[in-house]
Ligand binder design. Structure first.
Ligand code: NDP
Length: 247
């Protein structure tokens, strides 16, 4: 097991990609804190993790509220005495063309996706610096690299995560903390289920591997980046998109 007795905080871990990441980290031996605005679903994921023989804690946490993220980290330290891994996965979309996008739509997406990631990195930094070890992985998106009509807010938030990852990696490297990002392409979850079939088919045509990804594809890379196998990797963004975007 690559993560035996590690303690991992997964934001938005109740469902979708976050849940798959939480289960995959637990499979490798980590104890998991499932933090989500959806506390009932978070409890279900936590109880599924306990059935795997790991310890789990479900926390109601809105990543946009710094005080709440700090409170959550203190609860984790009370229960587990340390926090080894942070996965910034909580994210939302509120799509609209630029001209029609409201300030509220812009603010909501930037607040959850980018400010939420900043809040959580800041909250775990202090204990990780003290421990002189840590692994931080943030879920960006290929949309933060290539842009997408109708997603000005989302693309800016995800590009922001990629830049924030580089700065945090440089600031925390001396304390043995690795900070990386993952940029998924089209992954089958409730977030993408709401897209019209016509758009989905068009997207599939642009994927060299000719299929959509599943949450477990993202989770596998997360386990790698959270493990010592990735000990010499920091400030990077790994693209998981079936070949859609090639540098
Ligand atoms: P889902 O919408 O399926 O799940 C997101 C989870 O985050 C939900 O449990 C949601 O709670 C929770 N959440 C939302 N807002 C907050 C908040 N403020 N604080 C804490 N938790 C919150 O999304 P996916 O699993 O599809 O996506 C996960 C991540 O992956 C996101 O960052 C997304 O941008 C990114 N991504 C997804 C892709 C895809 O194709 N699906 C592609 C590229 C990136 P609730 O249920 O209450 O909404």
């Amino acid at each position: 097991m690559r993560l035996k007795d590690k303690v991992a905080l997964v934001t938005g871990g109740a469902r979708g990609i976050g849940r798959a990441i939480a289960l995959a980290l637990a499979q490798e031996g980590a104890n998991i804190v499932v933090a989500d605005v959806n506390i009932e679903a978070a409890k279900t994921t936590a109880s599924d993790i306990e059935k795997m023989g790991r310890q789990a804690l479900a926390l109601e946490m809105d990543v946009t509220d710094y005080a709440k993220t700090e409170e959550a980290v203190n609860k984790i330290l009370d229960k587990f005495t340390k926090v080894d891994i942070l996965i910034n996965n909580a994210g939302i979309t509120k799509d609209n063309l630029l001209l029609r996008m409201s300030a509220a739509e812009w603010d909501a997406v930037l607040n959850v996706n980018l400010k939420g990631t900043f809040n959580c990195i800041k909250a775990v930094s202090r204990p990780m610096i003290k421990q002189r070890s840590g692994k931080i992985v943030s879920i960006a998106s290929i949309i933060g690299i290539i842009g997408n009509p109708g997603q000005a807010n989302y693309s800016a938030s995800k590009a922001g995560i990629i830049a924030l990852t580089k700065t945090a990696a440089k600031e925390l490297a001396a304390r043995n903390i690795n900070v990386n990002a993952i940029a998924p392409g089209f992954i089958q979850t409730e977030m993408t289920a709401k897209l019209p079939d016509q758009i989905k088919e068009k997207m599939k045509e642009a994927i060299p591997l000719a299929k959509f990804g599943v949450p477990e594809d993202v989770a596998a890379a997360c386990v790698f980046l959270a493990s010592e196998d990735a000990g010499y990797i920091t400030g990077q963004t790994i693209v998981i998109d079936g070949g859609m975007v090639m540098a």
